[in-house]
Every structure is written in C-alpha cells, then in structure tokens.
Design a protein. Structure first.
Ligand code: MG
Length: 384
C-alpha cells in the first residue's frame, strides 16, 4: 500500500472559542483538541502524522501531546496556506510520502471510513475531498433578505483532503492566488482534478464556544465512568525527607521507601490504575528495579495519567485522605491540591485533599507510619 502521511494544521492563533488558549490546545474531555485529531488520524491508519504549529507554541504542543511520541512539529506561517506549504516543504526534505492527507486540528472526530474513501479515490485522481450536501436554504443577504441561491449544485467541502504528494507540493509552489481556505482550490488552480467522496457530519469544525460544549456532550455520551481505589502505607524513618502529596514538607522524620515514599501519590497512582484496570503501581514500577530508587513519585502519577489519556479517557475527580497524627496536613492542603491538579492536568476543583487521625490508635496513632487512601473517578471510551 502507498505510504500516507497526515499533515495536521494547528498553526492558528484563533481564540474565538474562548477559554484563553488557541483553540487547538483547548481541553476537550480532558485532552487537547489537537490530541483528539491526532488519535483519530492514528486510528484511521495513516503511516505518519506531522503537525504544523505556530512559532512559539512549542511548549503548548508538548503539553498537548500528553506523552504521545511524535516527530518534532513543523513551524507554520501567517495564513493557513503558508502553514500547509511549510508542512509540505518539510515532508519533501525527508523521505517524502506517496500520499498526503491535509487535515485541520479543529476537526476532532475523524471517522476512519472517510480516510478509506479518500485513499480509494486517489487511485483515479490526484486529489480527493470529503463533501456534504447543503440542506438549508441558501439566500443572499445585503441588509434585507435577498434572492435564494440554487443549492442543488453546491456542496460543503471538509477536511481531511487527500492528494498525491508530488502533485499538491507542485500546486502549492505554483500558487499565486493569495489566501486560500483549503487545499482543493490550490490543487484545482494548478489544473489537478479533485474527486469528491462522501463526507461526514462528525467532521464539523469546532469554532465557537457552543461547538465545544456540543463536542463535550458527544464525547461524554460515548464514555463510561469508572472508579478506582488506592491505599498505601509507609513507615516513618529518621534521616529522610518527608514527601507528601508531591510536596517536600518540613518535618523531623520522613517516610521509608524505595522511591521518595510519597504515600499520597502512591495511593493516587493506584486509584487511577485501578479505575483504568491497569494493574497496580508495583506492576508498573517494581521496587526491585533500581531505576525507581529515590524516584519522585510524581513520575508514577504522570504515568498513570498518561495511560488514561492515551486511551482517550479523562480524569474527573480524585479524592485523597491522609491518615496520620503528624505532621499537621492543614497548612499544606491547598498546595498539595494544587500540585496534584498540576500533575493530573485537571482543574483544582477536581481534586480533594483531606486528613484525619486515628485518635492515637494503631500504627498511625502511635506515629509509626502514615497511611493514605485515594478514590479516582475517570471516564474511558466504551470501546477502549
Ligand atoms: Mg508506596
């Protein structure tokens, strides 16, 4: 089969959708819009995905990847056309693909079947685009409502758009037409035939705040809520730092353990792994492995988070209870909550940190050790 690379255009600075971030980086059900598009492209069976981003967006891009391994992004230009051109030129510098799929990051719900139809159409034409009929009445308007426009010959053109790589690269190099809203018009201007295949309503572009709200509902409907429980105990020991809830807490003793022994983060990790049905912390980070000696437990939490996000899931809520007589947790609660939220990439409102004593009873009561319990609520796509 011919090699197909997807070029995902994510170089816009558009903030019409609100939320303070360029929309391709806005979270949707716990992961960036861009990451939804990436996961769909992967599932659609393209051989490679390259992303075109705006200059200076590298940290946002890195964060949006959430641990996904991808080649370095390509830096785009001022207009969409400039960004696509940059992407094509970057592909031409490497082992150029046979076919290229040019897609917008703002269309997160790509059905694999559309890619199949486009690929088939490229057997007979150098370009192919998904289209949908216009079902609403179309009319001109300049002030008052004017004449109806015949819609029978009109279609709505979507992305991804597929091309033979060499043909679309040449078309972009030859283009003198100024701004272009898609690549099919650039292909046609170069005399290339562009075939049409059936599009899909799921490919709608997310532009406005209301589009994001609808997309959230759509994803929510396809997810199952799951709960996991975590429990951990570590003994106090002299001469150790006390790490708890991802923070270094001033205290005369620390917790004994192979890693930094942060019982709160261990309980959270186990709760997340439990909710995802992914075993426990010992399966992923065996205490016998010298790599985890003195390791910051933040790594374990991030690993569990990434497992969930990689499956298209979302972390809804984590509630952790620390059980000890000392240190006093109260003064550190807000900072722990904030640190855990940061590690899980969720809003602080989704994290709860509580503390209790055992009325001087048992090992926690005698100050021999500290226990932590956590409950995590996550959502996973039903078919994952
Ligand atoms: Mg532990």
């Amino acid at each position: 089969m011919e090699r197909m690379t997807a070029l995902l255009v994510a170089a816009g600075s558009g903030s019409r959708a609100g939320g303070g971030l360029p929309k391709q980086y806005r979270p949707l059900a716990g992961k960036a819009l861009l990451a939804h598009a990436l996961d769909r492209l992967e599932r659609a069976g393209v051989d490679e995905v390259r992303v075109v981003i705006a200059a200076g967006h590298e940290p946002l891009f890195e964060e949006a990847l959430g641990g996904r391994a991808l080649p370095s992004p390509i830096v785009g230009g001022a207009e969409r056309r400039d960004s696509v051109r940059s992407g094509l030129e970057a592909l031409a510098e490497g082992a150029a693909p046979d076919l290229v799929l040019i897609h917008d990051a703002a269309r997160p719900f790509l059905p694999p079947a559309v890619v199949g139809r486009l690929r088939s159409a490229l057997a007979d034409a150098p370009g192919a685009v998904p289209v949908l009929p216009v079902v609403d009445t179309l009319a001109r308007q300049s002030g008052a409502l004017g004449d109806v426009v015949d819609r029978s010959e009109l279609v709505r053109v979507q992305t991804p758009q597929a091309f033979r790589f060499g043909a679309i690269l040449a078309a972009h190099r030859a283009w003198r037409g100024g701004a272009a809203t898609d690549d099919a018009q650039i292909a046609r201007a170069a005399g290339l035939e562009v075939a049409t295949v059936e599009g899909d309503a799921a490919l709608e572009k997310l532009t406005y705040e209301a589009d994001f709200a609808r997309a959230e509902q759509r994803l929510a409907a396809a997810m199952t809520s799951r709960t996991g429980l975590g429990f951990d105990v570590h003994a106090f020991a002299a001469g150790r730092e006390l790490w708890l809830g991802g923070l270094l807490i001033p205290h005369e003793r620390g917790l004994e353990g192979h890693s930094d022994a942060d019982a709160a983060l261990h309980a959270i990790t186990d709760a997340l792994l439990g909710a995802a049905g992914e075993g426990d912390i010992g399966d992923h980070f065996p205490p016998s492995d010298p790599r985890w000696r003195g390791a910051p437990s933040a790594l374990f939490v991030e690993h569990a988070r990434d497992l969930i996000l990689a499956r298209g899931g979302a972390i809804d809520h984590v509630d952790v209870t620390l059980i000890c007589e000392a240190p006093r947790i109260g003064p550190h609660r807000a900072a722990m909550r904030s640190r855990i939220a940061q590690l899980l990439r969720v809003a602080e409102e989704r994290i709860s940190v509580k503390a209790t004593t055992t009325e001087r009873l048992g090992f926690t009561g005698r100050g021999e050790g500290l226990a932590a319990q956590a409950v995590a609520t996550i959502r996973l796509p039903e078919k994952s």
